[in-house]
Ligand binder design. Structure first.
Ligand code: FES
Length: 165
């Protein structure tokens, strides 16, 4: 039995020690916003925040994260009360089929948090105030772990540029 803290709520789960965070979220907690695209760390569709940092939830085991704060797309906003990043993706059509969108949005929120925190330090510089301070190339580089098979990348970058930290 493990206890996971997801979107501010504690959940006791009886899971096999080989269960990933992604499978724990989807199969045990019914939080299906995080998507299983590749299941081996290549697409980013499963991105969640763990203690504010972006993680491919298909690559890390649930038993490793007792005591950590896990945030999924469901924890960012809800209908009628969307997170600014969700609003911006809507406004800029930052998606086509939508499958990668939860991971893209969670990753974008985490990415701007990294910028704000100056993390990792070797890629900071004059980028300290959020999406508007980042070039399209910097945003693309920092979001390169999230693939979009529909190639909605220009609109995704536009959406992120409109959201501050
Ligand atoms: Fe985790 Fe693709 S499902 S990176």
């Amino acid at each position: 039995m493990i206890t996971l803290t997801v979107n501010g709520a504690e959940h006791k789960l009886d899971v096999d020690i080989r269960t990933t965070i992604l499978d724990a979220l989807r199969d045990h907690l019914g939080l299906t916003g995080s998507k299983k695209g590749c299941d081996h760390g290549q697409c980013g569709a499963c991105t969640v925040l763990i203690n504010g940092r972006r993680v491919n939830s298909c690559l890390t085991l649930a038993v490793m994260h007792e005591g950590d704060e896990i945030t999924t797309i469901e924890g960012l906003g809800e209908p009628g009360n969307l997170h600014p990043m969700q609003e911006s993706f809507l406004h800029h059509d930052g998606y086509q089929c939508g499958y990668c969108t939860p991971g893209q949005i969670v990753s974008a929120v985490g990415m701007l948090g990294e910028v704000k925190d100056g993390w990792p330090s070797h890629v900071t510089g004059d980028i300290a105030h959020g999406g508007a301070d980042l070039s399209n190339e910097e945003i693309s580089e920092r979001m390169s772990g999230n693939l979009c098979r529909c190639s909605a990348y220009p609109n995704i970058v536009d959406a992120i540029r409109q959201v501050g930290t």
